[in-house]
Design a protein around this ligand. Sequence first.
Ligand code: FAD
Length: 497
Amino acid sequence: MTAVALSDPVVGELRRILGEPYVLTGKADRLNRARVPAPFPVHRWAERMPDVVVMPASTEEVAEVVALANRLRIPVVPRDGGTGLTDGAVPLRGGILLDVKRINQIKEIDLVNRTCTVGTGINALKLNEVLAAHDLFYPDDPASYPCSLVGGRIGTSGWSLIGSRYGHTRDLVLSFDHVLPTGKVIHVGDGIGGKITKSSSGYQLKHLFMGHQGTLGVATEATLKLFPKPEAEFSPFWAFEDYDSAYRAVGALARAGVATFAAAVLFDEWKVDYLRRDDEAYIPQPSSVKALVCAALYGYDDEVRAGGRRLMRIARDLGARYLGDEISQGDWAARHDRYATPLHGRTRAGQVVPMSWHCEDASITYANLPAVRLAWHEIAAELRRTSDVFDDWGMFAYTNGSTGADYLTEIDIGIWERRLDDASWAAWVKAKRDLAAVALRHGGSISACHGSCREGEVDLVPEELGGGYDIMLAVKRELDPNNIMNPGKYLLDRAYS
Ligand SMILES: Cc1cc2nc3c(=O)[nH]c(=O)nc-3n(C[C@H](O)[C@H](O)[C@H](O)COP(=O)(O)OP(=O)(O)OC[C@H]3O[C@@H](n4cnc5c(N)ncnc54)[C@H](O)[C@@H]3O)c2cc1C
């Protein structure tokens, strides 16, 4: 694909569709949408510039833009909050960056059926401010809650911090309008009305059009499931003197079957060390504390109290020390702010330097957590030996569901981004491949929520999907015959070779 020159008639055509102010060609407008919060060699930033940014306000406008792009074979990259961590919203081939943020209206709040219908450019925090007046809430609660948007949640099939109680994005989005790569508009979801949760008619297309990272089109208007605003939340934090006891405790808490259980999280000793030394939002623990476990319960006050008492008993019997209400409430309340504080890490010599944050987010079964943890820290240690721009910020494991079968398993790596030269970038790409290989060797998924599009990890996606990857290629070729939707992601060019 070639660049769209500013004088190009294409820009004129886009202005005719959207109006002059909503077609942005300035360098700053394009640079601001050329990257995401995942570290990347800064000197290569310009490689990922879109040629033009468009800001449509409706499904019809999106459809017209996409149809034009398809006709002229111009790449289109959908972008909502731009917080995705797998480079999904990064244009790899220039073209049109389609910023969905103006499609952010609340179209309907249906109090009878407990749903709302919104433009996919809306943010869940803003939506919940409006829903609070009705004592309702939309419980898609990622750590990026203040800045990710509904369309990006659909594009990534996101993961919620309280998903063990309410489900994740795939469960909470009932249906949506979707613009296909040809510009045709379809509605996907269960049943014709878009507000039901279960249909057995035909293929389950809703899931096909979630988590595709914008490679199969653009979601523009979504109907979401709502819940009563929780009367109470309880988020106990416990300290442990070794990882193994904490590991046993997190499993027991997750398996207890408490109805209000929304999450359990295990922080290992690398994570506790990092928080103690370099996270200013964290209330430090004495050095005898080697691991932490947290749980969260949501619901009516009487239910949460009863469930909380049970979890406290289980944790105490397994050697936990409760950290008290102030630390517990404070740390849980900081779950959306943790990565907003200025970040820094340490070189091998202990020098404090500014670092950006990168995380892996595999899904791993409970039984395999300890082995994956050791293998991942070994990869991080090797990386650190190779280049002095990396720091191991530790790991956590977070329940994906109410049964505690599998966990979002994250290792956080600090990266001194300004020093990320081509050699250290190559080492990083290799490390990402190695981290992904460990997840697969242990029967996991490379990604529980962010997706697997980044260099290194993406090489192993065909292995993870097996024969399913060929079906993915066939679907891509059929739905996007000209490879215009977010080209270059998920090695999908193979569909056309
Ligand atoms: C501090 C921080 C914490 C995070 N915590 C979490 C977490 O707890 N859970 C979690 O799941 N993620 C988390 N993330 C990652 C990120 O917030 C999610 O992936 C989120 O779903 C992305 O939403 P977005 O609106 O920013 O989408 P973007 O980054 O704009 O887009 C993400 C992908 O979706 C595609 N896309 C965007 N809009 C649409 C659309 N309308 N239709 C179709 N495709 C579209 C894009 O092309 C891209 O591939 C975190 C990120 C940060 C920076």
